[in-house]
Design a protein around this ligand. Structure first.
Ligand code: ADP
Length: 484
């Protein structure tokens, strides 16, 4: 078992209406460590009935929660943030065990996750309305912002803590209760956050976390008329299903979906900086983030030089169990993920790509995979159109700025894009031409709580984090004040 300073953080029950509980039929799901194949424990396999209970509890808790002052809610959130940071070592160990990412990355995610709670604790105090110029002399126009109501969140396994706090932070700060369904592969991180939320003083029902049958829970969350807003992070495919399910009750919806990030290196780039950015963007979390570089476009003049330097840098990555010192790449989340990477490599090689390094399962077994670099990749290969979500860097060659912009935008996705150039005119032109919600210029790392995260096209709807992230949890009310 895990060597935690506070073993009570590892819960094998769900948190509904302020109570720790099992599924109605006592059924469970196993949670497995992807680095070892070891069973870490179980969590309840809940469904429709338990989801209804959590939604009813949220609805019952709403009036008192929205009545609190923003400052009172902020104080609870601030305590929650402090508890997350104080327990960061344990939370990181739990995350590495169930998700696989190296401990240093897991610790980084805990502070990133806490930063959303801290940020929205502060932002909640700044929600403000307007008074507008009235066209009538005897009436005044007042605009207020109110919490939207009961919210539901469905989150993925690649950021088991931060994808939760990025939704829960603004919901709670705005005065909304929220029911969370974490990914079944990484539920312990979510439940540990709930333990700390309870300790921080969140009233019962305001935050519930439940695990189990994702289809049944998702269907209830999207169809129950009490729920006013659903926020989802995950695949575009599931996002489409949830959007359809939300249609009959016209729910407000936030979607953070798949990406297919281009990473462009122009001839005038600082090549060493570009290699460093490519490593950070491509191999973080073993390539399993929706903002990971998926297609690396390198201009003709520096193609070979960049490829050589990239291979040298990739060969320094250390693959292993994330709890071991010095490991920079853990296992992939599951066998299915390995198969997809293998498919993309086989498809590219069969169509003429050149293997520069890696390409195979790692000798450590389980779902470990060798960091891989492919050169001479072309647009006809699978990897050009689909997110690999693994440690594979495919290098495409291009000649002109117009050509690379067309290739970069030739995708249904539009989440993140990156490019390296030192020509100021080109920097503005390319940043404006890329069809994506986020652009990293001369950097491969862009996410933080201050900046708006989100996509265009089929990468999603809405923005999370930042001053804009609160809007998704608020509704505008117009009050026309007559009799003046
Ligand atoms: P990923 O590729 O990250 O696994 P998914 O979209 O499959 O992306 O999963 C993201 C989240 O969506 C997880 O919590 C998963 O359990 C949940 N999920 C998957 N299918 C459904 C569904 N049909 N309805 C609701 N939630 C779902």
């Amino acid at each position: 078992m895990l060597n935690l300073k506070d073993p009570s953080l590892l819960r094998q029950q769900c948190f509904i209406d302020g109570e720790w509980c099992d599924a109605n039929d006592a059924s469970t799901i196993d949670v497995v460590n992807p680095a070892t194949g070891e069973r870490l424990g179980t969590v309840p396999h809940m469904g429709k009935a338990e989801t209804q209970r959590a939604i009813d509890a949220a609805n019952a808790a709403w009036p008192a929660w929205r009545k609190k002052t923003a400052k009172e809610r902020s104080a609870i959130l601030r305590t929650w943030n402090d508890l997350m940071l104080a327990n960061a070592d344990d939370l990181a160990l739990i995350m590495t065990a169930e998700q696989g990412k190296p401990l240093a990355e897991a610790k980084g995610e805990i502070s990133y996750a806490a930063s959303f709670i801290e940020w929205f604790a502060e932002e909640g105090k700044r929600v403000a309305g307007d008074t507008l110029q009235s066209p009538w002399p005897d009436r005044r126009i007042v605009v207020t912002k109110e919490p939207i109501g009961v919210c539901a969140a469905i989150t993925p396994w690649n950021f088991p803590a931060a994808m939760i706090t990025r939704k829960v932070g603004p919901a709670l700060a705005a005065g909304c209760p929220i029911v969370v369904k974490p990914a079944e592969l990484t539920p312990f991180s979510a439940l540990a956050l709930a333990v700390l939320g309870e300790r921080a003083g969140l009233p019962k029902g305001v935050l519930s976390v439940l695990t189990g049958d994702s289809k049944a829970i998702g269907l209830e969350m999207t169809s129950n008329p009490i729920v006013r807003k659903v926020s989802f992070t995950g695949s575009t495919q599931v996002g489409r299903i949830l959007m359809q399910q939300c249609a009959p009750t016209i729910k407000k919806l936030s979607l953070e979906l798949g990406g297919n990030a281009p990473f462009i290196v122009f001839d005038d780039a600082d090549v060493d900086a570009a290699v460093e950015g490519a490593i950070a963007s491509k191999y973080r979390n073993a390539g399993q983030t929706c903002v990971c570089a998926n297609r690396l476009y390198v201009q003709d003049g520096i193609y070979e030089k960049f490829a050589e330097k990239l291979v040298a840098a990739v060969s320094k990555l250390k693959v292993g169990n994330g709890v071991e010192a010095g490991v920079t790449q853990g296992p992939l989340i599951e066998e299915k993920a390995v198969v997809k990477v293998e498919q993309h490599i086989a498809d590219a090689l069969s169509k003429g790509a050149r293997l520069m390094m890696g390409g195979k399962r790692h000798e450590l077994g389980h779902s470990f995979f060798q960091p891989t670099v492919l050169a001479d990749v072309t647009t006809s290969m699978q990897v050009a159109g689909e997110e690999t979500f693994g440690p594979l860097a495919p290098l495409f060659r291009f000649k002109t700025e117009d050509e690379v912009i067309a290739m970069a935008n030739d995708t249904e996705f539009g989440l993140a894009a990156y490019f390296y150039s030192r020509d100021i005119g080109r920097v503005w032109r390319v940043a404006e031409a890329l069809e994506s919600g986020m652009v990293g210029v001369n950097t491969g790392l862009i996410s933080n709580e201050v900046a708006p995260f989100g996509g265009v096209k089929q990468s999603g709807l809405g923005r999370e984090g930042s001053v804009y992230g609160m809007d998704d949890y608020l509704v505008i009310k117009y009050i026309c004040m007559g009799g003046v």
